[in-house]
Unconditional design. Sequence first.
Length: 135
Amino acid sequence: MASRLASSLERGWFFRRAGHSTVQNIMDAGARGCIVILSGKITGARHRVEKFQKGHIKYCGETALQLMDVGFSTAVKKLGTVGCTVRIMRPGTKLPHEISIQERSESGLPDLVEASGFVPLELEEALEKSSKEEE
């Protein structure tokens, strides 16, 4: 995606249109999040950095190293060189802080009432009524 962005900049696309359309194409493909960074002589005489981002992005730490894919390419324009960095979080990525809580029966454990040996009064009365009805 970084090389596609660089080639579109070299072909004369305006940088904002190229950046936003790249982000939108990545997100439409099913990514969890992405960031596009253009840095260099974008317009004018001075160097600057523009960032386009959407979705969920991790910047640092082990999760950023493992879950974010990074691509880099350069676009050589008339004004100067522009660096294009694209960072994508893959679709279906499970982050460390996202947890799912299972029911006790799903994990093979007995219900809390059975495990504690305690029988609530309502349940005890219901059992007595059902045993009398059976007789």
